[in-house]
Design a binder for this molecule. Sequence first.
Ligand SMILES: [Zn+2]
Length: 112
Amino acid sequence: MVMWSDLPKEAMDDCFRPPDEPCQVQCLHCGEQYSSADIVWRESADGGFWSCPIEGCGGAGFQFDIHPVDSTLWRGDEYEEDDYDIESVGHVDDYDVTDVFEDPGDDFDLPY
Ligand SMILES: [Zn+2]
């Protein structure tokens, strides 16, 4: 359990606040990995923001620039076709696929 002591109310209410239970995270900007407990609150003119602790890095916000290392974001397979189930799309029953290939017609020319 991380003790977020001495933090302003804005920090506690911020939607990019790191989780109470620390996890290993990686920054999109600098690529560094560290514990989410190391994410720092930086005061700014309009309140402040949760920021990457790495010196000179502009990464900000848990789940924004800084993501858990086990996030699907790092695997890049969010749009893999395995997740796409054509049966769930509906109207498949209205489409008879055999009609299309039954009679290719005289103009149909195999390329081999
Ligand atoms: Zn960073």
